[in-house]
Ligand binder design. Sequence first.
Ligand SMILES: [Ca+2]
Ligand SMILES: [Ca+2]
Ligand SMILES: [Ca+2]
Ligand SMILES: [Ca+2]
Length: 488
Amino acid sequence: MSVRASSLRFGLVIGAGVALAGCGVEPATEFGVSTFEVVVTKVNGAPPPTADKPLGANHGDTKDTWDFTVSAKTATGELDKEFNGYVRLSVNPGAVEAVRGVAARGRNVLLRDGKAAGSVDVLLVYGPVRLWAEDLGYLPVGLTSTKKPSCSNGADDNGDRLIDFPADPGCYAADDDNEDGGSYAAGVSAPIHYALPRISDVRGPSGTPYPYDAIEVKADPPQELVVTRVASDGFYVTDVAAAEASHGFNSIFAFNFSMPAGMRVCDRVTYLAGTANVFFGFTELSFPSFQLSFPHVGDKCLVPEPVLLDKKVLGDPRAMKAIESSLARVEGYRIGKFLGPDVAKGNKPGVGRSNCDFNGNGQIDYETDLEGSCSDVCTKDPDCSEWTAYLARNTFKMALGEGPNAAMILANATSVSGFDPVGHVGEAIPSMTGTLRFFSGGKLNWTLEARCSDDMVCKGAGCQAKALSSQQACVRLRSIEDNDQGTN
Ligand SMILES: [Ca+2]
Ligand SMILES: [Ca+2]
Ligand SMILES: [Ca+2]
Ligand SMILES: [Ca+2]
């Protein structure tokens, strides 16, 4: 394989001998490949999509096929007819699943006399996507061939005292038949236009298809993103575009570590980016960055009305997943009677005693039969909230109906100032609203988290007299004079 271009690049600037002495490659004497011209000629058999008519974001469950040509170019822009070697193809963002063509091997394609053509199957592409070609000095022959490849033959084939993959850095893989490195010349296509993923694309019906990707979420029309909750560790945002609202999966939590400064419920999110993550089944955007626009007093707030969690919805896992991180409401659910610090002796929780931490070490030890079975009994009982879990996470159980057919959900009311669930045990709560959080550990996976005092309708301290609409609940619009406009 050629090492010409690396010598060319460094050689022109600081002198080939100096640059290459430390690299262990031969100084080159000739002009060689400088870059690759990469052209995507067709996408799924049609002309590539245009910027104003992008293809939808690819979720990884189907593949798109791009036809391409690659040509090696010299520094002066001529076709480098002497380039005969493989180039690695990749897309960013996304993944190349396969390269197809007569001279393809794995994700590599062989250029003959400086040229190659073929097609690539790509997955998980979104936004503007480019096809890359890079000369890695990789000559893949496969480990099944009768002759051992240079990078796994036990010999130093290029005289740099380093033997085989991975010791010799010129070996890209064990089946590389050349111990030299490549020119690392690269080329990139013009962008192929896919849409940015909507929140529903990032959420996906079964977890995000883009884990650990740094993603910009589509926030321009027809998408309409609105902040539904500002929490102590991040914010919740819903895409209220009609098509999105009807299909669900249109809300997401952005995990910010702290309360995002200058953000309020009803703010429009005009730019949203972050790293997609799944935390115990709950899809989040971590390290979010965002831009906001503000409604003022008198403007309409776009926060949708909460989804009513009746027994049917709560008992339907897919329907619940569709409204993860959305605003939801329970009506008439009671706070379980058994929520108290005394020990539940003999696995019998009762009023004031729902504590299964028999040995008092502050946690439920599931490996000990007694604590584990006590906790299981409590979990199944619609009236029992285990005390240790309540202390650790501030969650308590709310239930509708009795016995094994009761509808049950966990609730968190720490944002409701003055409200103490222990003081309301056994009470039917006329209405509690909040955002829905999922946690895959344990039997009850959903927690309804109140956003502020407006979300809790009950009797006594911290309670509202009646449920407010989303136009009012936890809403504090800015006045025109309000100078609290910053988002940083
Ligand atoms: Ca070798
Ligand atoms: Ca070597
Ligand atoms: Ca090599
Ligand atoms: Ca314990």
